[in-house]
Ligand binder design. Structure first.
Ligand code: ASP
Length: 397
């Protein structure tokens, strides 16, 4: 390949272009002009008839044009929202011959480039029933680091299986410190099926992550044209396209005809500054005849936290309360939630005296994650209670 470059300095034509490049990078040239330059250069340099075009046969000239294209692209991308796509697996990535990479997911939806400059990375390629606190924590750390290293990022999209999505999304909501949006996208129909809902959900997720107005909304989940806050999102059906819902808070908004409609802002959020998770936290559901043996098994297996899905407002029969007392004597954190699926727990005086914590109206899965995140830092029932009260939305007076 011929080269006219002399050592130690730019060739005369390049000196002139250098001034032009600097102007471009200073953005003293309007964006519309840059767009026009880009499209002309793309046509002239990269059309099949390119070599027949007068003037472009010359290498210097062609090289220079390419450099202008690069400059214009850089300047344009400074203006375009930057979104990072992190793939973790799940049905949204379940292709015919294995899990699609983040790059392949992006290529499935060419419309993404009209919304944002999407960079990609693969974090995992697993079914989400295999998700663990360690993997979830690693993802939260990665998201925090990306936001720290990339002040230009508008937001992050995480593709994830639906099975444990509500847990990962909520844990990230507790652990991500930036106010920029993190949006989880998933699919109820695998990528290999003709009726897959993945591309639409991914497109919506990028649209939301690219929006500067999505700041402060925390971690969100989108499927079926709906936006759910991580605190309230739940998978409520094993197969339906509208499986995700926010049964008590309602969705934050929805998408329609390529626009985002935000109808609520999440008021019930908590951010924890955490350096280690406690994975030894278990979840026990009470049933008529519960005798406390499961609570004792949890104590014996070394759990540091136990979440009990109790009856109604937080009721438990005497044999269970005896086992809970034992757990508390051993310093194990115990949180009562309600197995009814809605409403707030009000602790009995007996439970309160033992130092049981009310999970308020948080469901068992989410209450468990609060302990997973908090127990590495504190086991104090008062502090833990304050976290749940904060997540309940209760005002101070
Ligand atoms: N098995 C899948 C998962 O990873 C299911 C799904 O994504 O819908 O959760």
């Amino acid at each position: 390949m011929p080269s006219d470059r002399k050592s130690g300095g730019l060739d005369p034509p390049f000196e002139e272009w250098d001034i032009f490049f600097n102007r471009v990078l200073d953005s003293s040239i309007p964006l519309s002009t840059l767009r026009a330059i880009r499209s002309v250069i793309q046509t002239v340099c990269f059309s099949p008839t390119c070599d027949k075009t007068r003037g472009v046969r010359n290498w210097n000239y062609r090289q220079t044009l390419c450099a202008i294209l690069l400059c214009a692209s850089n300047a344009l991308s400074q203006d375009e929202p930057q979104v990072r796509l992190i793939a973790t697996g799940g049905s949204i990535a379940a292709g015919r011959s294995g899990s699609l990479t983040a790059q392949q997911l992006r290529e499935l939806v060419p419309e993404l480039s009209a919304i944002a400059e999407v960079s990609v990375e693969d974090y995992l390629a697993i079914g989400s029933s295999r998700m663990t606190p360690e993997l979830q924590y690693g993802l939260a750390e990665r998201v925090n680091k990306l936001f720290l290293d990339r002040p230009d990022l508008s937001g992050i999209v995480v593709t994830h299986g639906t099975d444990s999505l509500e847990e990962t999304a909520f844990l990230l909501d507790l652990l991500v410190t930036s106010d920029r949006p993190v949006v989880f996208a998933a699919a109820m129909r695998a990528a290999r099926e003709t009726t897959t809902d993945g591309p639409r959900n991914l497109l919506n997720a990028v649209r939301l992550a690219a929006s500067s107005e999505a700041r402060g909304l925390g971690v969100m989940v989108t499927l079926n044209d709906e936006i759910h806050g991580a605190r309230d999102a739940r998978k409520t059906h094993a197969a339906a396209l509208d499986a995700f819902a926010s049964p008590h808070g309602g969705p934050l908004g929805h998408f329609d005809h390529g626009r985002i409609y935000l109808t609520h802002r999440p008021a019930r959020r908590l951010t924890l500054d955490v350096t280690a998770l406690e994975r030894r936290v278990t979840l026990i559901r009470l049933f008529s005849g519960s005798d406390g043996s499961l609570v004792r098994a949890a104590i014996e297996s070394g759990q540091r936290g136990i979440v009990v899905e109790a009856f109604g407002r937080g009721n438990a029969p005497p044999p269970v309360m005896d086992a809970v007392r034992e757990a508390r004597t051993k310093g194990i954190a115990v949180v009562f939630t309600t197995r009814t699926g809605g409403g707030r727990v009000i602790l009995s005086n007996e439970a309160r005296r033992m130092g049981v914590v009310s999970g308020e109206d948080l469901d068992g899965l989410k209450a468990r994650l609060v302990l997973v995140a908090a127990l590495g830092t504190t086991t104090e029932p008062e502090t833990l209670q304050a976290y749940f009260v904060r997540l309940s939305g209760q005002l101070e007076n």
